[in-house]
Design a protein around this ligand. Structure first.
Ligand code: ZN
Length: 489
C-alpha cells in the first residue's frame, strides 16, 4: 500500500489542517433494483455483526454503505461519486460463482486537467480531476426521473443467487459489518474490492485481443503503469500483439508505480517459492513453482539435490501411480524426482516416490499453461517437499536431463524460498499483476497475482483471511489508487 513514511506524513497532514479540508469524498449507493428484488427485498432479517437493518434489502444497503464510507474517508474529490447497483443472477454452479461485476459507467479522455493526454480515465477519477460532474444525471434535477446507470460513476452488478442450491450452495453473503463471516462470503470485503475497480483499479484495454478501448483508441490510465519486465515496455507503448503476449506473460507484468513499490516491503512477506537450477548452464536459472498442501514446507535455504526423471515404464515418462520398481527406485533414491502429472492424485505420486527414496518431488504439468497452480491433497505420511512446474519448464529440464545422461553430467536444483524476493513482488519490489496463461477475461491484468502473501484484497478471488483494510501494512489497494492520482489535490 504505502510505506510507513507516507502513513506518518498523512497523519501529520490531518492534524495540521482543519477537518473540513481533510481528504474525503462522498460516495452514494444508487439503488437500481426494481420491484422487491435486491435492495428492495422485504424478508425480515435479524441484526448481524453490527448491521441493524430490519429487512434483507436494508441490510444489503447498509453493507454497501459501509464499504462506500470506508473508501470515501480515504479518497479526495469535490464531486459526489455515484455507484449504481443492481442485484441480478450471474454465472453460477453448485461449487463456484461469479460474485459480481464492476466497472466504470463511462470513461473520459482529454477533460480539463487530465494529466495524461489521449488516455481513458474512469468517470469517478475524471470528475475528481476536472472538479466537475462530466455527466450529470437528469435525476439530480428532476427527481421523478429514474437514476441513470450511465450517468453514475460506476456500475456494480451483484449475484442475487449466491448461496442457493445451484449457486455455491450454502455459501451466501455475510451481511455483518465486523468481518466475522465464518464460512460465508463477506459482502463488505467483496464490495470494497468492486468499488476499487470502479475507482480505477482495472484497465479498459482488452488484454485478450490487445486492442485499446475506443474509438478513439487510447490506452487506459492503468496501462501507463503496466511494465512488462521481459520486454521492458509499458502497455501504453505496445502494439496490440505485444499487449496480447504481455497479458499471458506469467508473473512478468508488474505495477510500475512509486506508491505501490514503496509499500511492498511493509505489505508483502519476504520469500518467493522457486525452483533454482544451478547446473547445467543450459537450464540454469529460477523457475516458478506451485506449492503442495501436503509434504514438507518450502523454506530457506530449501532442499538441494540432483534431479532425475522417473522412468517407470521403459521408454516413457513416469507417472508414479503405482509402487516404483526396484530399478527405477535405484535411480531416484536420494534424488529429486521429476514426474509427470496425470492418472492418479498428487499425493499418490509423492508417497510412491518417497517410498522409493526420493528426497523431493517435482510434478510436471501435462498441458501447457501457467503459472503453475498449487497442488491440492492431504497425506500426512508425505514428509518430503513436493512442487509443480509448468509443462514448458519441464520440457526444458527433460531435454537437459537427456543431454546430461549422454554427457554424464546431471541437473542440480534447489526447491526453496528466495528470501530476497517478496511473495507477490519481483526482485525490484514491484507488485506482480495476474497474467495467467491462458488469458482469463475479467480477471487477467486487472488484479494482483495470486502468489501475493499475505492475501490481497485485489486478487482475482476473495480469500477468507482478508481484513477490511485497504492500506499498509495490510494491503496494496490504496497505494495503487494513490499512484493513479487519487491523492492529487
Ligand atoms: Zn475483481
Amino acid at each position: 500500500m504505502s510505506n510507513s513514511s507516507a502513513l506518518i506524513s498523512a497523519a501529520l497532514l490531518a492534524l495540521a489542517i482543519p477537518a473540513s479540508l481533510r481528504a474525503a469524498a462522498t460516495i452514494i449507493i444508487v439503488n437500481g433494483d426494481t420491484g422487491t428484488n435486491g435492495f428492495n427485498e422485504l424478508t425480515a432479517a435479524a441484526p448481524v455483526g453490527g448491521n441493524s437493518g430490519m429487512t434483507l434489502g436494508a441490510q444489503r444497503l447498509i453493507a454497501f454503505q459501509a464499504a462506500a464510507t470506508k473508501w470515501g474517508a480515504l479518497l479526495n474529490s469535490t464531486e459526489v461519486i455515484h455507484v449504481y447497483v443492481t442485484w441480478e443472477p450471474l454465472t453460477c454452479t453448485p461449487t463456484s460463482a461469479v460474485l459480481e461485476s464492476a466497472g466504470p459507467s463511462t470513461v473520459w479522455a482529454n477533460f480539463p486537467g487530465a494529466p495524461f493526454p489521449n488516455t481513458w480515465y474512469h468517470a469517478a477519477m475524471a470528475n475528481k480531476i476536472a472538479r466537475q460532474d462530466l455527466f450529470p444525471d437528469p435525476h439530480d434535477s428532476v427527481p421523478a426521473l429514474a437514476p441513470s446507470p450511465f450517468a453514475a460513476d460506476m456500475r456494480i452488478v451483484i449475484n442475487s443467487g449466491l448461496g442457493t442450491p445451484d449457486c455455491l450452495a450454502g455459501s451466501g453473503f455475510y451481511l455483518g459489518l465486523d468481518n466475522n463471516h465464518g464460512v460465508l462470503i463477506d459482502l463488505v470485503t467483496v464490495l470494497t474490492h468492486e468499488i476499487a475497480h470502479g475507482l480505477g483499479f482495472m484497465t479498459v484495454t482488452d488484454g485478450g485481443s490487445g486492442f485499446q478501448f475506443g474509438p478513439p483508441f487510447y490506452p487506459a490510465l492503468w496501462d501507463h503503469f503496466l511494465l512488462d519486465t521481459k520486454t521492458n515496455k509499458t502497455w501504453d507503448a505496445m502494439t496490440p500483439g505485444e499487449r496480447r503476449a504481455s497479458a499471458t506473460n506469467e508473473r512478468r507484468l508488474v505495477w510500475n508505480g512509486a506508491a505501490v513499490t514503496a509499500a511492498t516491503p511493509a505489505v508483502l512477506k519476504p520469500g518467493t517459492p522457486l525452483l533454482t537450477v544451478s547446473a547445467p548452464v543450459s537450464v540454469a536459472g529460477t523457475y516458478q513453482i506451485g506449492r503442495a498442501a501436503f509434504g514438507a514446507a518450502i523454506d530457506n535455504p530449501g532442499l538441494t539435490g540432483e534431479v532425475i526423471q522417473l522412468i517407470d515404464t521403459p521408454g516413457a515418462a513416469g507417472l508414479g501411480c503405482s509402487p516404483i520398481s526396484l530399478v527405477s527406485s535405484a535411480s531416484v533414491n536420494g534424488k529429486i524426482a521429476l514426474v509427470d502429472r496425470g492418472v492418479c492424485t498428487f499425493t499418490v505420486k509423492a508417497a510412491n516416490l518417497q517410498a522409493a527414496g526420493a528426497i523431493g518431488v517435482i510434478i510436471a504439468d501435462n498441458v501447457p499453461g501457467g503459472p503453475p497452480a498449487d497442488l491440492g491433497g492431504t497425506d500426512p505420511t508425505v514428509t518430503i517437499p513436493v512442487v509443480r512446474i509448468t509443462f514448458d519448464d519441464a520440457q526444458a529440464l527433460k531435454t537437459a536431463l537427456q543431454f546430461g545422461s549422454r554427457a554424464h553430467s546431471g541437473v542440480y536444483a534447489t526447491i526453496g524460498l528466495n528470501p530476497g524476493i517478496r511473495a507477490g513482488a519481483d526482485a525490484f519490489g514491484r507488485a506482480i499483476l495476474y497474467t495467467p496463461n491462458p488469458y482469463q477475461p475479467g480477471s487477467s491484468v486487472s488484479h494482483w497475482d495470486t502468489i501475493a502473501f499475505p492475501n490481497q484484497l485485489m486478487e482475482p478471488n476473495i480469500n477468507p483471511d482478508l481484513t477490511h483494510e485497504v492500506t499498509p501494512p495490510f494491503d496494496l489497494t490504496f497505494p495503487l489508487l494513490s499512484d493513479l492520482g487519487w491523492l492529487m489535490p
